[in-house]
Design a protein around this ligand. Structure first.
Ligand code: ADP
Length: 365
């Protein structure tokens, strides 16, 4: 019987016991483990050091320090995001499944005309779940997840950034299936960089584009034995119009991630309140969903957090002497008072700009 190539364990050897705290683009995580799965607990630390050094040594033409930095800071371990954690965004999820997850899990089905894309862009207002989606894709496709924000690549690692870019792609090939997630891709691939405004940004951009096309060429050649079919650049931006045309075309799929619709806001609010003692009735929920029109996912999270503070805030200093079970539940009124100062972060005009760009350059569906 023909089985799909079993997703391999994605444990990545790393030489540091402490989880990386420098990953430029990573939100703080609840729990962090050295590796995202536990299948090789038996390995002790010295093995891991050997593994990661052997891995680095096996990369030709790659700066060992840059490679180490990637292993320690750019690869994300633990605290996985799954599809269910993300409210709504069904069409984006479907598109990501078809473009990345299925091809990564069933490479045998996705060859020839069905060859998977090498690049996908997620664009839309901030706080709508783009980063969450990227992390879910990595989890669901059992891929090594490299996460870096373009602005930190161009600022923080200045001078060394080209080496870092090279190491990033070489490691991704080695550790394939792999997702290279670049947040704020506009700052790396903006048309401005071409005008020689900033020589070093321009060089980083070129290196990125070269490495990225090598991926495509090498995959077409299929001669290296590496798992090149399964390395994808997944990028996110709030400023899609800043990306230059040539770079834009490389993203075969450009997926609009809009503000959450009613159903999505409802799902997110229910989820956020599911662990909280509250008095919201169905009608209250409906009212709240209406009141949060124009809110992004992160605005809604911020609102719910603030509303949840309502009952404590009311107690003032008495809070210190109050039993946990005497704290009153969160109510719609708490939300209403939080709504006085937690406002949508995206303006109507801002939104229109995204919709226009989506019409012009977005992938439909
Ligand atoms: P983006 O990358 O689009 O700026 P993120 O994925 O970083 O946005 O989302 C920021 C935060 O907002 C998340 O950590 C989450 O708490 C919340 N959030 C945004 N979109 C959603 C969603 N669709 N479902 C659940 N939570 C969301």
């Amino acid at each position: 019987s023909k089985k799909p190539s079993t997703p391999r364990s994605r444990s990545v050897p790393t030489s540091r016991k402490k989880s990386p705290s420098l990953s430029p683009n990573r939100p703080p995580t609840k729990k962090e483990s050295l590796s995202s799965d536990t299948s090789d607990n038996s390995q002790d630390d010295s093995d891991k050091i050997d593994d990661s050094e052997a891995l680095i040594a096996s990369l030709r033409g790659v700066d060992p320090l840059a490679a180490k930095q990637i292993l320690n800071e750019i690869i994300v371990h633990g605290d996985e995001v799954h599809w269910e954690d993300i409210a709504g965004l069904e069409s984006a999820k479907n598109s990501l499944k078809e473009t990345v997850v299925y091809p990564f899990l069933r490479p045998d089905l996705f060859s020839g005309l069905r060859e998977p894309a090498r690049g996908m862009l997620l664009f839309g207002p901030p706080g709508t779940g783009k980063t969450m989606l990227a992390r879910a894709v990595a989890t669901e496709s059992k891929s090594t997840f490299f996460s870096i924000s373009a602005s930190s690549l161009t600022s923080k690692f200045l001078g060394e950034s080209e080496k870092l870019v090279r190491a990033l792609f070489q490691l991704a090939k080695k550790l394939a299936p792999a997702i290279i997630f670049v947040d704020e891709i506009d700052s790396l691939l903006s048309s401005r960089n071409q005008d020689g405004e900033n020589e070093s940004s321009r060089r980083i951009k070129n290196e990125f584009l070269v490495q990225w096309s090598d991926l495509t060429k090498a995959a077409a050649g299929k001669d290296s034995g590496e798992d090149l079919q399964r390395v994808l650049v997944l990028a996110a931006t709030n400023l899609p119009w800043a990306i230059d045309e040539a770079a834009r075309r490389r993203f075969v799929r450009r997926q609009y991630i809009p503000l959450p619709e009613e159903e999505t806001r409802k799902a997110q609010l229910s989820k956020l309140l599911s662990y909280q003692n509250h008095t919201l009735s169905n009608e209250d929920f409906t009212a709240l969903v209406k009141l949060t029109e124009g809110f992004s996912g992160s605005d809604i999270t911020a609102l719910a957090k603030d509303a949840a503070m309502g009952p404590l805030r009311q107690l003032g200093d008495k809070l210190l002497m109050t039993n946990k079970n005497e704290i009153r539940p969160v109510s719609l009124e708490d939300f209403k008072s939080s709504l006085n100062y937690i406002r949508p972060s995206v303006s109507k005009e801002g939104l229109l700009q995204f919709e226009e760009w989506a019409k012009l350059y977005g992938s439909s569906g």
